[in-house]
Design a protein around this ligand. Structure first.
Ligand code: FA5
Length: 342
């Protein structure tokens, strides 16, 4: 039996030292520690040994079992880390000087990042809603506690149609309709294209994507908001990201916050992508103002909620290391064809 123990140990060592992914590691675990695993069998067969043998062999088998368990546990961590690193590295190999590959179509990086964030919120019980890009003044401003002539409108000049409708400046424009459609409790995200009349630079476009999220229920607090924001960012980047939360003013939330992430293009040193500040405004958020809940037909004695407006285009820039936001709307295949297999 001692020979058998040694053989099993050798076999385990050679397998564990060369294992490359989680699936193969799970097979090794089953093979050695599963119900019919080799180490489990050794323990079962011990009952046939004499009392003296049991003392010696039992100790050896238990040592082997512990060794196998410890090795598997530390390898799980190693593999997880390696798999995450692989994901992160593959996500940041963006190089405009690479030749164009016309052999296969590809998804736009914003589509990729949008789908990824949708998946994250979907698994946390959020529905994914759609809303038109052309809206009226009520939805875009008034229902959000921004009456006519309110100075907050200055930050969001946009393109108006002759019939008085406008191209929506932010995804918050869908909040009122979605509250009215579903009532409370409610968990929804609604990604969309937004438009603003503004000069473009490395981090501003006149056409960009946001993803709004709202959660309304009894006893919702800022802790819930912070939890969901942290979960989303760590899932998207597959690593811990430096974030800062600072007070921010938006008439439709109280209190309101700006959530910034440390710029991943320059590592926080300062560059044109982050207006040389080292930080990038990514996801303003806050507790939904009671007026906005009332306009949405929600009982404010019973319910509270949070809302956030994630800058999806900026998220794609940070995730894929795209230095200039204008590359994303350029239609330039040299840039866009690089995202095939991501
Ligand atoms: C808003 O649009 C608010 N509706 C967000 C919000 C929702 C606040 C819910 C509170 C509660 P802001 O104007 O800061 O806020 O834009 C939100 C995000 O969209 C910014 O952080 C940024 O990531 C992105 N963004 C805004 N303007 C542009 C632009 N011109 N180009 C690219 N991204 C932009």
């Amino acid at each position: 039996m001692q020979e058998k123990i040694l053989k099993i140990k050798e076999e385990f060592e050679s397998l564990i030292n060369t294992v490359e992914n989680s699936e193969a590691l799970e097979q090794i675990r089953i093979n050695f520690l599963g119900k019919k695993g080799q180490v489990t069998d050794l323990l079962k067969n011990l009952k046939n040994a004499s009392n003296d043998e049991k003392k010696v062999l039992g100790k050896e088998i238990n040592l082997l079992k512990r060794h196998v368990e410890e090795q598997i546990a530390s390898t799980v961590e190693k593999i997880k880390k390696a798999e995450e690193e692989k994901l992160v590295n593959s996500a940041t190999k963006y190089d405009v000087s690479l030749p164009v590959d016309f052999s296969q179509g590809s998804f736009h990086p914003i589509t990729l990042v949008q789908r990824e964030v949708e998946e994250i919120f979907y698994t946390m019980g959020f529905t994914i809603e759609d809303f038109p890009e052309v809206v009226d003044d009520y939805n875009c401003f008034e229902a959000l506690n921004i009456p006519k002539h309110h100075p907050a409108r200055d930050m969001q000049d946009t393109y108006y149609l002759e019939n008085g409708q406008l191209l929506k400046t932010h995804t918050s424009a869908a909040q009122n309709s979605i509250m009215r459609k579903y009532g409370a409790p409610l968990r929804a995200i609604f990604p969309s294209r937004c438009f603003r009349n503004e000069s473009t630079d490395a981090c501003h476009e006149n056409t960009f994507f946001q993803m709004e999220g709202i959660m309304i229920d009894e006893n919702i607090s800022i802790s819930n908001l912070i939890y969901f924001m942290k979960t989303m960012l760590s899932e998207v980047f597959h690593k811990d990201i430096n974030v800062r939360l600072r007070p921010g003013f938006f008439p439709f939330v109280e209190p309101g916050f700006e959530l910034d992430i440390s710029c991943l293009i320059c590592g926080g040193e300062g560059c044109p992508s982050c207006k040389n500040s080292g930080w990038l405004e990514l996801c303003p958020c806050g507790m939904i103002h009671p007026n906005v809940l009332k306009y949405g037909g929600i009982d404010t004695d019973k319910y509270t909620g949070f809302a956030f407006g994630l800058g999806l285009t900026r998220l794609a820039m940070m995730k894929y290391g795209i230095k200039d936001i204008r590359d994303l709307n350029s239609g330039n295949l040299k840039s866009l064809s690089q995202f095939k297999n991501k």
